[in-house]
Design a protein around this ligand. Structure first.
Ligand SMILES: C[S@@+](CC[C@H](N)C(=O)[O-])C[C@H]1O[C@@H](n2cnc3c(N)ncnc32)[C@H](O)[C@@H]1O
Length: 278
């Protein structure tokens, strides 16, 4: 446990984009849950890591072709479609309707926001929040180039969202909640911003059992979406404690199809859905 805390406080940050500079994905493959307090250290380290990823032009770490079909990807400019640092496809599970208001937590380069905009249409509204200025620069420039005035990128933390109470129909997120040092604050904020009857559709890394020790020792193990991952039980309980209901956490394959059974004793990508009571 001490080693884990040390890693959270002092994770090494690589000079190359997305950590290793290899073809390894940015997210996935790590270890799990420790409750760190929000003292700034974790978020500063994570922000530094994703600032580098945002500025990278090499495209390494891009996950888009794993999780979105060709038709979806072809509907967006190349530089947007090839910039995904997620671990799944929350769009499919969100089942958005025209006119809805969507909130994307940790919107990165904006890919899921732009897909969401296509689902909710011009009568809908999409808000993306991210704490990393370099990511916001990327996403806002893309929105401007596409002429989208109903996609609104805001600087902010998941733990203190710059969003009004009871205004959001659906919260989506792609591989970000695991990065937060205080998930219970994030769950409380999700509950606060959702309209009564609103829902979440989140893709994230979770662990079934224990995070293997060797993963906790990896370089950038928190920033690469591993060491901060919650167990299925803690994720479920955290959402229930915040007041959400009908929580379902299910493993899925790369196409977003749900697996019959969650893998055991390893980290995996899951789709998490829940609702705020009416
Ligand atoms: C793994 S990337 C995922 C980006 C995007 N969702 C995607 O699928 O490409 C994580 C993003 O979340 C942002 N982020 C991480 N922790 C955050 C926090 N506590 N508050 C706000 N943004 C955060 C990072 O700046 C980064 O852009």
């Amino acid at each position: 446990m001490d080693k884990v805390k040390e890693e959270i406080k002092n994770p090494a940050v690589s000079d190359s984009c997305c950590g290793s500079g290899s073809s390894e994905p940015c997210c996935g493959g790590g270890e799990s849950a420790v409750s760190a307090s929000v003292d700034g250290d974790v978020r500063d380290t994570v922000q530094e890591y994703y600032a580098k990823a945002a500025k990278a032009s090499c495209g390494c770490g891009d996950q888009s072709s794993l999780y979105y079909n060709e038709e979806m990807l072809n509907s967006l400019p190349d530089d947007v479609a090839t910039f995904s640092l997620g671990c799944g496809n929350p769009i499919r599970a969100a089942e958005m309707k025209a006119g809805e208001t969507v909130l994307d937590l940790g919107s990165g380069g904006g890919l899921d926001c732009f897909f969401a905009e296509k689902e909710v249409g011009k009568t809908g509204y999409v808000i993306g929040i991210d704490m990393t200025p370099e990511m916001l620069l990327r996403s806002t420039e893309s929105a401007k180039k596409m002429g989208l005035d109903n996609v609104d990128f805001r600087k902010g933390f998941l733990e203190e969202m710059p969003v009004e109470d009871n205004t959001v129909d659906v919260v989506i997120s792609n591989c970000v909640i695991n990065l937060s040092p205080d998930k219970s604050l994030v769950f409380d904020e999700i509950f606060r911003v959702l309209k009564p009857g609103g829902r979440i559709a989140v893709s994230d890394i979770v662990v079934n059992g224990e995070i293997p020790e060797h993963i906790l020792k990896l370089k950038d193990s928190w920033s690469s979406c591993a060491a901060g991952s919650l167990t299925i039980e803690d994720f479920t309980q955290g959402l229930l404690d915040a007041g959400l209901e009908e929580v379902v956490i299910a493993a899925k394959d790369a196409n977003g199809d749900l697996l019959e059974k969650n893998p055991e004793n390893e980290l995996f990508s899951a789709i998490i859905t829940a609702k705020k009571p009416i």
